[in-house]
Design a binder for this molecule. Structure first.
Ligand SMILES: Nc1ncnc2c1ncn2[C@@H]1O[C@H](COP(=O)(O)OP(=O)(O)O)[C@@H](O)[C@H]1O
Ligand SMILES: [Mg+2]
Length: 272
């Protein structure tokens, strides 16, 4: 088991060695509770701008919980309490005067299972820009829809059937539709929670390629249970274990010379 896992250890991309960009998101001493359960403990982390940061770690260690802190999705869970500070561009996103709807337009999210609305491909994309008043005319809305689909590498596949239902697309296309939907409101940050875990290897490869393009324009945080995927798409990696961040650093270093024995054990497949 050990030897195989070590042999299969992913090779980081060249960009995994580059120095980090300035932080876009700064989390300090974040603690999260679900009723009595202390799910995240004193998590502090800088997330660089216009780069991909991967969260890895065994199931149940708090990766999704922390991701949901970044766009306040945990607000929707009644038992959940978040303490500590998270700033995006120096703005405290837990400031009571902050508009959560606006925040979620700035910080988009893509889930594990593709979840298009049961509406047309066009409507899936147009919905967000419309409610946020981003288009002044039908022509402008059409342009936003086209650009979002182009950025999500889906335009050529759907341009002749924009009125077809989004749920009729393949799984991989549905996930790119969800990415296009997130992009359409011009977010700054895109959170992705295991976005490929319901997809086949070819659809997964397309999404990974897309993520690599999107980092030119967006700050991306991706939770993945695949270390190979973390190595392929991210420049920085944070390793979570039992509600704490054990270590964080350039993806290349995390996978080649981790500082902590728990990280070493995880990447060599001893647990998780
Ligand atoms: N909605 C919830 N209510 C209660 N406990 C939760 C909820 N979501 C997550 N947890 C608990 O918080 C811990 C972290 O979960 P999660 O963030 O989903 O981990 P991961 O994404 O790393 O698998 C787990 O112990 C999980 O059972
Ligand atoms: Mg999770």
């Amino acid at each position: 088991m050990d030897a195989t896992a070590t042999a299969a250890r992913p090779k980081p991309t060249a960009s995994a060695t580059l120095p980090a960009n300035d932080p876009k998101i700064v989390a300090k001493d974040v603690n999260v509770y679900y009723a009595e359960k202390h799910a995240l403990k004193d998590v502090s982390l800088d997330i660089p701008e216009r780069a991909v940061m991967a969260f890895i770690g065994p199931s149940g260690c708090g990766k999704s919980t922390f991701l949901r802190c970044i766009n306040r999705m945990n607000d929707t869970i009644a038992s959940c309490r978040v303490v500590g500070s998270i700033k995006i561009d120096d703005q405290d996103i837990y400031d009571p005067s902050l508009d959560v709807v606006q925040l979620r337009a700035r910080v988009g999210m893509v889930f594990q299972k593709p979840n298009p609305f049961p509406k047309s491909i066009y409507e899936n994309i147009a919905y967000g820009p419309r409610i946020h008043g981003l288009a002044r005319s039908k022509a402008e809305l059409d342009e936003i829809v086209e650009q979002a689909l182009r950025k999500a590498s889906l335009w050529n596949e759907v341009k002749d059937r924009l009125q077809d239902t989004g749920t009729g697309l393949s799984g991989g296309q549905q996930q790119r539709l969800c990415i296009a939907r997130a992009i359409a409101v011009s977010p700054e940050v895109i959170l992705m929670d295991e976005p490929c875990s319901a997809l086949d290897p070819i659809a997964t490869a397309k999404i990974e390629e897309l993520i690599d393009e999107l980092r030119q324009n967006f700050t991306i945080v991706i939770v993945t249970h695949s270390m190979q995927q973390a190595a392929r798409v991210s420049q920085r990696t944070a390793f979570f274990h039992l509600g704490v961040i054990v270590e964080t650093g350039p993806t290349e270093r995390i996978f080649t010379s981790p500082n902590d024995k728990r990280t070493q054990d995880y990447i060599t497949g001893r647990f998780g």
